[in-house]
Design a protein around this ligand. Structure first.
Ligand SMILES: [Zn+2]
Length: 460
């Protein structure tokens, strides 16, 4: 199947971070065949016309969530993290029905696809159930089976063995990758951390963990070690941290610890909205220092329990504002472009996704047979003007997808070549493109083109 997306403003995220005005995008099968090369051929199966100007850009990557908690939106408000964890562990223990996990995962996936996210990294148990939702929906995912001490879990059996079984069972296709996770230092011994690291090495994947999220976590650990070490220092000393580590939060990190994260090659997932909702501490994580020292920083939403949303545009905006406010707004400290990079190319590189250069960064090489037709890049933005990158953060697009009666459907208006008009149920194809439509100068809609056919939530 082929799709032409006509006349979009294209935020390429290529090496020069060019923005192209008025180009087409051609999708063939599950590949992005041409980007920004003027008008692509007329003989396509489907045209997506974007009225009034629209941005098309690579899909976003959410590097930390727990998608099967999507149903918990609004159910865990006004409580600190330790109470939050107690309640979620209890809710998980009560949730024995696997269909509930599946439906929740579908709901979360739908929310991500309808707000521009086409890849996510999950941390949970029963990732085999979530994998089925990922396969069905067409989204891309790295699924980290969470481990912790056997006496502190609601999982049946040994969590490390469960993770190993999951890693062995998922052979790794183009869209679904298996990984291993560790819940956090408050429920996992050194042995669990190191076994998980070994699994990540053996299976060539990421090891995903919560780290230094709250002051309580840090102080409790310091107390436990008789004032010896903080969590990041400890995991660095025992050799857990490496370039396979994806560490969510890292809010309570000293400059010394930031240097440890950077030297070990750790990727940080910054979950600004979740941190603020749970009130984890006085300041955002030291992101400017992380960047100055060479640590890779990406963006996550965390779960709907601690965020009430899986919207990455909202997360990007919040992250940007949090640092500007905390640092008294040195404007160049963290730019809109850097934030967009965290949510696309940096995340893709960190996760070792093979689609780098295709789905998350549309390079010159993606243009085929378009010599001389390439649209002019927009000039760099000047004082008093608003770049497309700034626009994306200034006005996060509102979702237009609907979820009603248990049935998920987002509409794309389209016109078939033979003149038929109709609306298409989300999602039609398996590529990572996020389209943001614009009306009255504001982006009001995102459409993620995600998979081959529409679906209904199970049990609806
Ligand atoms: Zn989390």
């Amino acid at each position: 199947m082929s799709i032409a997306i006509r006349d979009a403003i294209i935020v390429t995220q290529n090496r020069d971070r060019e923005v192209l005005r008025g180009g087409d995008i051609l999708v063939e099968g599950d590949r992005i065949a041409q980007v920004g090369g003027g008008r692509v051929r007329d003989s396509v199966d489907m045209e997506v016309r974007v009225d009034g100007g629209a941005i098309a850009m690579p899909g976003l990557i959410n590097t930390h969530t727990h998608v099967a908690m999507a149903h918990l939106r609004g159910m865990l408000d006004d409580i600190p993290l330790d109470t939050f964890l107690e309640r979620t562990f209890r809710l998980d223990a009560e949730r024995t029905e696997r269909g509930g996990l599946y439906n929740s995962a579908m709901l979360g996936i739908y929310e991500m696809l309808s707000s521009g996210t086409t890849t996510f990294v999950d941390l949970y148990y029963s990732e085999d159930v979530i994998e089925r939702a990922v396969e069905k929906s067409g989204i891309r995912a790295v699924l980290s089976w969470v481990t912790l001490d056997p006496d502190k879990t609601t999982q049946r059996g040994d969590p490390v063995k469960n993770a190993e079984r999951f890693l062995s069972a998922v052979h790794g296709g183009d869209r679904v990758k298996a990984s291993v996770g560790v819940q956090g230092i408050y429920v996992a011994s050194d042995e669990v951390y190191m076994k998980s690291r070994e699994l990540a090495e053996r299976f060539g994947t990421v090891v995903h963990t919560h780290l230094a999220e709250t002051r309580k976590e840090v102080y409790d650990f310091v107390k436990k070690t008789n004032g010896g070490e903080r969590p990041i220092e400890h995991l660095h000393r025992i050799g857990f941290l490496s370039n396979r580590t994806l560490a969510a939060h890292c809010v309570w990190a000293t400059l010394r610890e930031v240097k440890m994260l950077a030297s070990a090659g750790v990727t940080v997932s910054w979950n600004s909205v979740s941190n603020f909702k749970l009130g984890v501490g006085g300041v955002p994580p030291p992101v400017p220092e992380m960047l100055q020292n060479g640590a890779r920083v990406t963006i996550g939403t965390d779960s709907n329990g601690s965020n009430n949303s899986l919207d990455m545009f909202a997360a990007m905006k919040h992250s940007s504002l949090a640092v500007k406010n905390e640092r008294w707004d040195p404007p160049s400290l963290l730019t809109a472009q850097q934030i967009l990079d965290m949510a696309t190319v940096v995340a893709a590189e960190s996760l070792g996704l093979s689609e780098v250069g295709e789905h998350f960064s549309w390079e010159e090489g993606r243009h085929s047979g378009t010599e001389g037709q390439r649209p002019e890049p927009l000039p760099p933005h000047r004082d008093g003007e608003c770049s497309e990158q700034h626009r994306l953060l200034r006005q996060p697009p509102r979702q237009r997808g609907h979820c009603y009666g248990g049935r998920a459907a987002a509409e794309v208006r389209w016109q078939a070549p033979q003149g038929r008009r109709g609306s298409l149920q989300w999602p039609p194809l398996c590529v990572s493109i996020c389209i943001l439509r614009r009306q009255c100068g504001k982006y009001f809609n995102t459409i993620s083109i995600g998979c081959r056919k529409s679906y209904e939530l199970a049990g609806s």
